[in-house]
Design a protein around this ligand. Structure first.
Ligand SMILES: [Zn+2]
Length: 245
């Protein structure tokens, strides 16, 4: 197998170069794998993992049936945003009371029914703009890539098969969980907010809807929880959005 051959060559050359003590062997193996995977893990592979973990996530959640009012409403809100600058996005509603939504690097976007209950169409579009911003600005891609590169299960699966499709469903579930509970940097969050403002403007909507979204979250959850759990403080976001408006 090509990957194993390369690993073997690296290990052999390290052993032959004589500076490897026997007890360091395990560390060398681990180091060799990380280097190789960093090289071979390309964008298509990250997106493929995202797709597989999204399937796993969908399997574990209650998806609103297509004929439900939730699914119909989200389909109406998203009918013009399934392709954005050539990138495909797919949307579904999870029947879940939480105020939340998330996006994955492959263009998977999921909205919780609790969010639909709490917000107007324009406000939902603002949340979607923010989430799409994380995808378009590669925040979610970078985060998933980093996660995969530090995942022992991912490294093991890649080392034996050279492919990422062999992660177990529980590992894929873990990848999906990280995407749902993504912790982005403060600057990523503020950038995604700005993206949302442009996104709304470009669609003839009121960019102030993004500000309203923060107020709805603040009223319902205070400074933490759901969409805002890992974000900068509401005050900071409100200030930044107000300046951009
Ligand atoms: Zn965010």
């Amino acid at each position: 197998m090509k990957l194993l051959t390369v690993i073997t060559v690296i290990l052999l050359s390290m052993v032959l170069s004589s500076c490897v003590k026997e007890q360091d062997y395990g560390q060398v193996v681990a180091a060799g794998l990380s280097v190789l995977i960093a090289v071979t893990l390309d964008e298509a592979e990250v997106k493929k993992t995202a797709h597989l973990s999204a399937l796993e996530m969908d399997r574990k959640n209650h998806i609103a049936p297509k004929t439900s009012r939730y699914a119909k409403r989200l389909a109406r809100i998203t009918k013009d945003i399934t392709i954005i600058d050539g990138a495909h996005f797919n949307y579904k509603v999870y029947l879940n009371n939480q105020l939340n939504a998330f996006a994955m690097p492959d263009g998977t976007v999921r909205v919780f029914s609790g969010l639909l209950d709490a917000m107007s169409d324009e406000q939902i579009l603002a949340v979607l703009g923010h989430e799409i911003g994380h995808v378009k600005l590669k925040h979610s891609y970078n985060q998933m890539k980093k996660q995969l590169l530090t995942s022992a299960a991912f490294q093991a699966a890649s080392a034996t098969t050279g492919a990422i499709g062999d992660l177990t469903s529980s590992e894929l579930g873990r990848v999906a969980y990280q995407a749902v509970n993504a912790k982005f940097s403060q600057s990523d969050e503020l950038q995604a907010d700005k993206y949302a403002l442009q996104f709304l403007r470009g669609r003839g909507k009121q960019p102030a809807a993004m500000l309203e979204v923060i107020y709805v979250f603040q009223a319902r959850l205070g400074d933490s929880g759901g969409f805002l759990s890992s974000h900068p403080s509401n005050k900071q976001r409100i200030e930044a959005i107000s300046r951009a408006l």
